[in-house]
Design a protein around this ligand. Sequence first.
Ligand code: ZN
Ligand code: MN
Length: 131
Amino acid sequence: MKKIGKRMTKQKKVILEILRGTKSHPTADWIYEQARKILPDISLGTVYRNLGVLKESGEILELNYGSTYSRYDGNPVNHYHFVCLKCGKVLDVDMPIHSELEREIKQEGIAKVLYHRLEFYGYCAECGGSL
Ligand code: ZN
Ligand code: MN
């Protein structure tokens, strides 16, 4: 891993490892439960603070779904997601990023587009099997 100026705290390292080790796009609560198995004294507040730091430094993604809890992604490279409306599962979508969308958007009031996010919504194979 690339060395950054500040030394990575134990808590931050554990949280990052938990996120890198799952494809489930977990909530902060789930990450907290996992982190406690390794660091019994860690608090939920510490988990939230470190998630914020990791997000600011571009090491993880926060997937914000408005009314529901944010989910976190250990893969910081932009990619698309599918959200199951029944079970709430968030899956990675295996398709290329359409960066042309960022060139095509021409509108007054926008100086520069840095990235875009795209989510598909529907039913996963388990929930929509009989549709
Ligand atoms: Zn589902
Ligand atoms: Mn993802």
